[in-house]
Structures are given as C-alpha cells and as structure tokens.
Design a binder for this molecule. Structure first.
Ligand code: SF4
Length: 459
C-alpha cells in the first residue's frame, strides 16, 4: 500500500474548503448512521453479540497460525489451492501467474479493499490482462481513474450528475440520465464482462477455518456472478479475515450488515467452499485463495496496535467521525480511511504515515462507541501519537514543549500567562495571516473568556 505523496495535513486542509464535498459526504454518512442506529436498536442482544464477536476475534488472533494452517488444509481437501503472500509484490505475482496459467485475458472483479491495497489492477494491466470492476461504485471509480473514498461506498464523494456525465462519455447514456437509466446501462455493460471473463477475482468478508469457506456479503449480486460464471475464482484476503467456525457467522453477519449498511440482512450472502463439484450446475473449475500478510504479522506482534486486526471493515466509525465527515476519504492518502484507516495505514506500513494520520482525529471516542467490535481506536491513535512524539523533533519544538510543560506545572506562571494572553489577544487573532497560520487555517480561534475558569468560584 503506497500512501499518496501529499500528507493528510495538506490534503485535509484542501478538502475542508470544498463545501460540495462536505455536503455529499454528510448526506450519505448521516443516512447510514441513522439506519444503523435504527436496526441495531431493534436487536435486544446486539451488545451481547458485540462482546461475543470481540472474544472470538481475540481468540482467533491469539491462535492465528493454527487457524490459518487449518484453513489451508480444508481448502486443499476440497480441491482448492492456497497461496501465501508476504507483501504486495507476492500477492500480485500470484494472481498474475494464475491468470497466465489459465490463459486469462479478461478478469471480472468484485469489490475488495485488499486488492485495492495491493494495487492488483495495476499489476494485471501491466501483465496484459484486462480487468473490469463489477461493483457499481468501483466501476465508476475505475472508468473515471478515481480512488475509493469510503470502505463500503467508494463514490460517496460523487454526485449523480457527475456519474451521468461519465456514463454519457463511456456508455452513451443521455448526459442528464436518472439513476434508473444509469444503473440499467451499467448492468447491460457488466453482463458482458461476467459472460466473457476467464477469471473472477473477489475479496472475502470472512474465511472459515473449519470448512475452508470464503464468505462474501453484498447487495448487487455481482460477486455471485464473478464467482459462478468464470472458469477460475481467485479470492484475495488479508490473513486477519479468518474466523474459526461456520457457526461464528451467526455472530458476525448481523453485526457486520447492521453496522455497515443499516440493513437487517444484506441481499446476498455467499458461502463458497472450493471449486465446482461433480453434479453441481455452476461454479468455477478451479479455486485459489491468496492470503495476504503485507504488514499484518507486524501489526499482530505489536501489543498496542494488534486490536486493529479485529476490524471487519463495516465503516461505522467513518460515518460518525467528525474529521472524516469534513475531509472525506481521499485526504487520508490510503485505501483505508477514517479513524480505523488512521491506525491501520501506519500500522501496515511500519510507521509510514505516522506523522500525520494519528493526528487526524479529535479523540472524541465516537468511533469506539459505534464499532461493532468495540475496537479502542482512540487508544491506538494516542499510542501512535506518542511514537510520533518520540521521533526526533526540531530544536524549537522541543523548547516550546518544555516551556509549555513548565507553564502548566506552575499555577503562578499559568495565571501570569493567561493574564498576558488577554492583553495580547488582538495579536493572537492576527495568527490567521501571520507565520503561525497553520494553527488557525482550518479551525476557529475561540475568544478568551474575560473571567478565567479557575477564578469563577471565587466571587
Ligand atoms: S474499526 Fe470497527 S467501526 Fe471501524 S470499520 Fe472496523 S469494525 Fe467497523
């Protein structure tokens, strides 16, 4: 996963000035959040499910090696093949090789964050294999040369009018076409990809160790087409996607679906176990599972950040995050955006992105509140900030930090400084145009109270 060249600070500052972007994001995230609140409150045992899911994930991560070996055995015993990928290069090389061996010229793909992470499309294109994204949002991302900006709603930042213009150019629909016309045109176009593709590539929402099953949760039905029509199915998944038993899905599916899209049930849940067996009417002739590490083992070995591997990518934390709501996902410079992205991106990259991303949070705790796994994202962000603070600082930064510490440790000095700040307030307000404007460029400077807090009880 290559973080973009522009850091969060700069990209975020640019994004917050884009009122149309903020409006588009707020509309979708507010809607998803309202639906999540509604459907989670309907389940009286929702919190009990959360506790249970947490325990299962903690247990699975503690014995991850054992469950991964079990998964490999089960996939093999059902006629599939498992390929281990230490990094981006190995993951892409496996898929390219499988495509070459099966003589593939066209790959139909369903939505998958890990294939975005390893930039699989770029590798396949370089190998001369054409790729068609078949999830509607990802299809729009692909034909516009864009990047996804949300874990489950990749074109959250785009308006219908933009998509209509895009489809007019690529699919010949009227430039003012409505959603029904646009969807029908995409369906018509993608149907050809399903029928002609030699290989279908998917991600995995869960991998069941007990049975070697890949579980896919979706609403459009394209993943089902991708896994049943092409001759070969390749599932690419991070090693943390594993759950021990089939019965554990009864815990995770309601949590994922209700937290992600605010539905009671998603339209399609596919449980895929190996290639087509004799007597079955559809399904691929060959099944391959590419298991991607790419920094996950490092994350697992990190006691402060290991919890991030429990994430089921539901996106509920993005939808309530005041920072994500104002900047959108592109500002994070990674396929994983929002609060969990601010942890996972530097975690997977071994520190790259450490400077900016852990500070892309108000630490309000809303992400932890809504997370179906109760992942303590603020705690991990603080840990990453502490690491960033331990990194070598400029001499002036160290001097300012030392001065601040002395000021806060001494009541007398603090009173003197706050009195001085009141006198100098007009100068402080000059910051937006002065050399320290970075402090105030994207936040309002509150007015100093005429009566300091610590003197309010002394009337
Ligand atoms: S951290 Fe929690 S809320 Fe955020 S995407 Fe992962 S599972 Fe969902």
């Amino acid at each position: 996963m290559r973080p973009t060249a522009v850091g969060f600070r700069e990209a975020g500052a640019r994004a917050v000035r884009d009122a149309a972007l903020r409006e588009a994001i707020r509309r979708v995230t507010d809607n998803l959040t309202a639906r999540r609140v509604q459907v989670t409150s309907e389940l009286p045992h929702f919190d009990a499910l959360r506790e249970q899911a947490k325990r299962i994930k903690e247990h699975t991560l503690a014995y991850l090696d054992r469950y991964l070996e079990q998964l490999e055995r089960e996939v093999h015993s059902r006629g599939g093949r498992v390929h281990w990928a230490r990094d981006v290069e190995e993951a892409c090389a496996h898929v390219v090789r499988i495509c070459r061996e099966s003589g593939a010229r066209l790959v139909a793909k369903s939505k998958s964050m890990v294939t975005e992470e390893v930039e699989l499309n770029r590798a396949l294109a370089a190998a001369g294999v054409q790729v068609v994204e078949t999830d509607l949002g990802e299809f729009v991302v692909q034909i516009s040369g864009d990047r996804p900006s949300h874990l489950i709603a990749p074109i959250i930042h785009r308006r219908r009018e933009d998509v209509a213009q895009l489809f007019a150019h690529h699919l010949g629909t009227p430039p003012d076409a409505d959603v029904t016309v646009l969807t029908a045109a995409a369906r018509q176009h993608l149907r050809q990809a399903f029928l002609r593709a030699d290989v279908g590539v998917t991600g995995a929402n869960f991998l069941v160790a007990e049975t070697g099953t890949v579980v896919l949760v979706e609403n459009e039905g394209n993943a089902r087409m991708v896994t049943s029509l092409p001759r070969v199915h390749v599932a690419v998944a991070g090693i943390e996607k594993i759950i021990p038993r089939l019965v554990d899905l009864a815990v995770f599916l309601p949590l994922l679906v209700r937290s992600a899209t605010g539905q009671r049930l998603s339209a399609y849940v596919s449980l895929l176990t190996g290639p087509r067996r004799p007597g079955e009417l559809d399904g691929p002739e060959a099944f391959h599972l590419v298991l991607v590490d790419n920094g996950r083992s490092r994350l697992l070995a990190d006691p402060e950040l290991r919890e991030a591997l429990q994430c089921v990518r539901c996106s509920a934390c993005l939808n309530v995050c005041p920072v994500y709501e104002r900047t959108g996902g592109h500002a994070y410079g990674s396929v994983y955006s929002g609060p969990i992205g601010a942890v996972v991106t530097p975690g997977l990259a071994g520190g790259a992105g450490l400077v900016d991303l852990p500070f892309a949070s108000s630490l309000c705790g809303a992400c932890r509140e809504v997370c179906p796994l109760r992942i303590d994202i603020p705690r991990m962000l603080v840990a990453l900030r502490a690491r960033a603070a331990r990194a070598p600082q400029a001499r002036w930064e160290r001097a300012v930090a030392r001065m601040g510490a002395r000021l806060l440790a001494s009541p007398g000095a603090y009173r003197w400084a706050s009195a001085a700040a009141r006198v100098l307030e007009p100068l402080v307000r000059w910051l937006p145009v002065g050399p320290l404007r970075g402090w105030t460029r994207s936040r309002d400077l509150p007015r100093l109270s005429p009566r300091p807090f610590h003197r309010r009880g002394l009337r």
